[in-house]
Each structure stands twice: as structure tokens, then as C-alpha cells.
Design a binder for this molecule. Structure first.
Ligand code: PEP
Ligand code: MG
Length: 588
């Protein structure tokens, strides 16, 4: 019989496939009752996990023998004996059969008295052998709970990844072409894993509590990221319903393709530029496919995360930037310097220190300044590539600017490096456009002053919302408080756009809000002329803007700015969107 779980759909689409469970938290086993008909399959699953454990221990044994000598291999042989010992495996199988429970639970039941027996031994050496038993049991648990990343790298068929948490540093190391969808217990609509998945068209559900435990026993699952629903072992009727909805969505997407060549202009003639947010090189193709006006945000930190544990070399930097800029033809590319820290970790740069509040800690420009050797290497590579192309093709954007002085320090560094390049007779532009991300409320409030120093501004609403509403963007426990339509957020954005207009500085918006159909009319109405978003979102936003009149949009914005609560703004914008959609065939 099928079973359903719910969560929050954050990257659209429907996926059907075999689930692969990957858990990162320390394994704590829950007791799950197994239907009588499935008990023997559970015993088999346990046996397969034991066999795989013995095999892995054998591989470790060989490695240890080669690196340290045969005498060190003995410990692994002892572990193999523990894993295959019938006085351990026999009782586990008995518990599974007699109590009709999951293998993980059964292991813990057998382990408990065994460990107590070891602990009561008077000989300290023998008592310590409990650690070996625990180590083996943990490895069997890991086998039961799913493959590690290395094994996932060897996948030969597409799967749906089910995980408790999937930080972006892990996500970028997955074989993303084999990922049909993600069903996650944690995460949020603007977490970076969600952003990458959306960019690649991978459907994602977050906040699906219990999905790891439940999916262990499923052969197939369907995820519906429109409704935030996960169906475990769908029955034939459900399967055919999801397959047909999947086809319908694909047809809708290819229908949008026909609008690819049309300009993004409102009904009354106001032009809006749509740019792409890029994390991985593969997305450049998508950006070109959807005919964007440029790359509005290249999140260069993904270069570091992909290379981890190694660091990108100077050549890696040069090749990546050169390749992207030349592929984009005459369109500008905005390269953001590495915005690591927070949830985007690259241990090699950040170091081993842990922070109590990493999102308020050493991230973005602060981290760039605290590791000047890495920052300089990157800036030098960007400036070198910029010099190889006409002025304006490469723009440099600094993340998490919280005050003008940070921007000025970054600019000083850029000038120093330009001077160095000139001394080396390399071609450079002295006035490569330099911009600031406005994603901290202090910068939004100081936007007028900031605008006098910078060449351009990019509003990062993902963080601006997080910091102005004090809501961790990756924490599903407070996901309902994360409100792009909050009046405080709208007013901050409005201030920044006006500051840009007054000072004649180019302003774009590159947070996920730029791709949110609910927010597009109000943003156009606030005077925003440049949107940057994941390339998959471009066709829907383009279609919406083509239905909009700028005059209507300004009146929507004026009205929304007067409202006092997020709910009032949401309801109002929903009404306006429904009105617009009624005139189109767009699915949002
Ligand atoms: C943002 O904060 O809106 C932004 C675009 O940057 P990131 O999502 O990479 O933090
Ligand atoms: Mg940000």
C-alpha cells in the first residue's frame, strides 16, 4: 500500500524513481514495524548490509597493509570476524523476524547487552574490544542507511536522493545528472542547495520529516514538488497520475520555449533585462538557451566547493572565467568574489574553527579580507580575464557588504592588483565596473551613500530577508516566517532602487525573489529594470512581464508599499497575479 508524506515544494517539478537515502546526522535508530510480508526482505537487507560491510573492511585492510604494513591489517581482519559472527548476526535476524521490526532497531537490541557484557569484563584490554564491536555495528548501520558520497559518485542510473540534510558543499559533489529529485528533511526555499537544484531543473521538497526512515523501505517514490507531496511505493493509479502530470509539465516547459526570442518588454513598452544566476559551468548553456541579457551573478564560491578538498589553482580561475565570458558572447558577466562561510563551507579557506552563528560570522567579504592571499589570487585572475575582453564584459561584485568602508577596502585591493598587472605589461582595464551586493539591512539603509561610491548595486534578497526578519533562510523550523512580501523588505528594496535612480547607478536584483511570479509585478512597479535569476525561471518571468503594463505595475507597487503586514501584501499580490494569469496560459 502506498504511503504519503508532506513537505514544502521549493523547486518545481515531479520526479518518480528509486530512492537512495543519505543521512548525515549521527545515526539514531527508530523502531519501525515491518509488514509481515516484508519481513524476509528486511532480513535480506540486513544480510546485504553485512556483506557490503565485510567487503569494505577488506578494502580498508588492503589499504592499511599497503600503507602501514601487514601487522596493522590484523585489526581489520578482527572486524571482519565480528561482522560475520553468527552469534551476532543470528540474534539480529531473530529479532527482525520475531518482533517484525527494522534491521537498524534489531541491531541496537542485540548490541546493548553485548556491550554491557564487554564493559563488565575485568580485563581492560578485553573491555575495550567493545569499541571494535561498536565500530562494526556503525558501519552496518551506515550500509543500511544508504551509500556515502563516494558510492553516490559511482551511480549508474538516475535516483531520487532522500536525505536529512544536504548542504551545498555536499550537493555540488553529487553526480547531478543522475539526480531525479531531492526529498529532504531540512532546507528552505532559498537555501543554496535549493538554488542549485532549481537551476538544474531538479524538483525538491524540503521539511519532509521522517522521510529518511520511511523511504528506507520503499522501492520507488514519487515526489510532487508543486504540492509538496511524497508518495512512497505509489500504486498503479497514483503512478499513472504522476506520470501524466509530469508529461503535462514538460509540455508546458517546451511551450514556453517558443517565447525564447521575444523581447522582455511590458505591454506599454518598458524594457526589462533578464540575467542569469550561475553556480555551475553547465548552467551557462541554460542561460544561453533562454536568451538572457547576461550573467547577473556568478557565485564563484561554487568553484571552491566543487574543488574541495583541493583549492582552485590560478589556472582553474582563469579557465573558468575565460570560458564563461567567451561563451556569453557580447553579454556582460558579473563575477561575485567568493561568498564562502555561513552554510557554504570550504574548510581549506575557512579553517577548522567552528562558529556559534556562522551566518553572522566570517562570511562573504569579511572572509575575503581575512584570507587576503586567496582573495588576491581570485581578484588577479578576474582582472586578468577582464583585460582580455572589451571593458564592461566583466564586472566584479563584492558579497555581504555591510558598510561603505568594506567596499572601499575591496576597491583599494583591486587598484593595487591592477597596478601589479600593469607593471607586468598585461592588458588591463583600470575601470572594471565594481559593485556591491546589498543584502544586509545596513547597506540598504545607506544605499544613497553607497551608490555614490559603487559602479553598480545588486540586491541580494535571499540574505536581505534573512537579516532583516531575523529568519535563518536554511532553517525549515522558521520557514513560515521567511516572508519576501514583508512590508519591511519591500520598503528596503524600494529605497535601494530609488537610491540607484537618484545617483544614476545601475541596480539589479539577484535573490530568488526576482524569479517569484508573485513578486515580479511589484518589483517592476518599484522601478527595477534588471532581474537576475536561475535560467529555468526566465521564460515564466518573461511571459509575465509581457502581460504586465508598467502603469499598472507602478500602481500595484504604490498600493503594496502602504500595506502593514506580510499577509496583506501577499493577499493583494496574489489577487493581482491571478488577474494577470487569467489572461495567459502560464503555469506558475
Ligand atoms: C542573496 O543573498 O540574495 C544572493 C543572491 O546571494 P546568495 O543567495 O548566494 O547568498
Ligand atoms: Mg547572499
Amino acid at each position: 500500500m502506498s504511503q504519503a508524506l508532506s513537505g514544502l515544494g521549493v523547486s518545481p517539478g515531479i520526479a518518480i524513481g528509486e530512492p537512495v537515502v543519505h543521512e548525515t546526522r549521527p545515526i539514531s535508530t527508530l523502531r519501525i514495524t515491518i509488514p509481515t510480508a516484508m519481513v524476509e526482505a528486511e532480513v535480506e537487507r540486513f544480510r546485504a548490509a553485512v556483506a557490503a560491510t565485510i567487503e569494505h573492511i577488506g578494502e580498508n585492510r588492503d589499504r592499511a597493509a599497503a600503507q602501514m604494513g601487514e601487522e596493522y591489517a590484523a585489526i581489520f581482519e578482527a572486524h571482519q570476524l565480528i561482522a560475520s559472527d553468527p552469534s551476532f548476526t543470528g540474534p539480529v535476524e531473530r529479532v527482525i523476524r520475531e518482533q517484525e521490526v527494522n534491521a537498524g532497531w534489531a541491531i541496537d537490541q542485540v548490541l546493548e547487552p553485548l556491550i554491557s557484557r564487554f564493559e563488565s569484563l575485568p580485563d581492560e584490554y578485553l573491555a575495550d574490544r567493545k569499541l571494535d564491536v561498536l565500530d562494526v555495528a556503525t558501519q552496518i548501520h551506515h550500509e543500511l542507511h544508504g551509500p556515502d558520497l563516494v558510492q553516490l559518485g559511482n551511480l549508474d542510473h538516475p535516483v531520487i536522493l532522500v536525505a536529512d540534510d544536504l548542504p551545498p558543499s555536499t550537493a555540488v559533489q553529487l553526480p547531478l545528472d543522475k539526480m531525479l529529485g531531492f526529498a529532504l528533511e531540512m532546507g528552505g526555499p532559498t537555501s543554496h542547495t535549493t538554488i542549485i537544484a532549481r537551476a538544474l531543473g531538479i524538483p525538491v521538497i524540503v521539511g519532509a520529516r521522517g522521510v529518511c526512515e520511511q523511504a528506507q523501505h520503499s522501492r520507488r517514490i514519487a515526489i510532487d514538488a508543486f504540492e509538496g507531496k511524497i508518495i512512497l511505493d505509489p500504486n498503479p493509479a497514483e503512478l499513472s497520475e504522476y506520470e501524466s502530470r509530469q508529461r503535462e509539465y514538460e509540455e508546458h516547459q517546451s511551450g514556453l520555449l517558443q517565447m525564447r526570442g521575444l523581447p522582455t518588454v511590458t505591454r506599454d513598452g518598458r524594457s526589462v533585462e533578464l540575467h542569469a544566476n550561475i553556480e555551475l559551468a553547465a548552467e551557462v548553456e541554460q542561460a544561453l538557451h533562454w536568451n538572457v541579457s547576461g550573467v547577473g551573478l556568478y557565485r564563484s564560491e561554487f568553484l571552491y566547493m566543487r574543488m574541495s578538498p583541493a583549492l582552485p589553482t590560478v589556472d582553474d580561475h582563469l579557465e573558468t572565467y575565460r570560458d564563461m565570458v567567451s561563451k556569453m558572447g557580447s553579454a556582460p558577466v558579473t563575477i561575485r568574489t567568493f561568498d564562502l562561510g555561513g552554510r557554504k563551507l570550504a574548510r581549506e579557506i575557512i579553517g577548522a574553527d567552528t562558529e556559534a552563528n556562522p551566518v553572522l560570522g566570517l562570511r562573504g567579504i569579511r572572509l575575503c579580507f581575512s584570507r587576503p592571499e586567496f582573495f588576491r589570487t581570485q581578484l588577479r585572475a578576474i582582472l586578468q580575464v577582464a583585460g582580455e575582453f572589451p571593458l564592461g564584459r566583466v564586472r566584479i561584485l563584492f558579497p555581504l557588504i555591510s558598510g561603505i568602508e568594506e567596499f572601499r577596502i575591496a576597491r583599494l585591493l583591486v587598484r593595487e592588483i591592477i597596478a601589479d598587472l600593469e607593471k607586468e605589461n598585461l592588458p588591463v582595464h583600470r575601470n572594471v565596473p565594481l559593485g556591491a551586493m546589498v543584502e544586509v539591512p545596513s547597506s540598504a539603509i545607506m544605499a544613497r551613500d553607497l551608490a555614490r561610491d559603487v559602479d553598480f548595486i545588486s540586491i541580494g534578497t535571499n540574505d536581505l530577508i534573512q537579516y532583516s526578519l531575523a529568519v535563518d533562510r536554511s532553517n525549515n523550523l522558521v520557514a513560515d516566517l521567511y516572508k519576501p512580501a514583508h512590508p519591511a523588505v519591500l520598503r528596503l528594496i524600494s529605497e535601494v532602487i530609488s537610491a540607484g535612480q537618484t545617483e544614476g547607478v545601475d541596480v539589479s536584483l539577484c535573490g530568488e525573489m526576482a524569479a517569484d511570479p508573485l513578486m515580479v509585478p511589484v518589483l517592476v512597479g518599484l522601478g527595477l529594470e534588471k532581474f537576475s535569476m536561475n535560467p529555468h525561471a526566465v521564460p515564466v518571468v518573461r511571459a509575465l512581464i509581457r502581460q504586465l503594463s508598467y502603469r499598472e505595475a507602478t500602481s500595484i507597487a504604490r498600493h503594496a508599499l502602504k500595506l502593514a503586514t506580510a499577509r496583506d501584501v501577499e493577499e493583494y499580490l496574489l489577487e493581482q497575479l491571478a488577474f494577470l494569469l487569467a489572461k495567459t496560459k502560464i503555469h506558475v
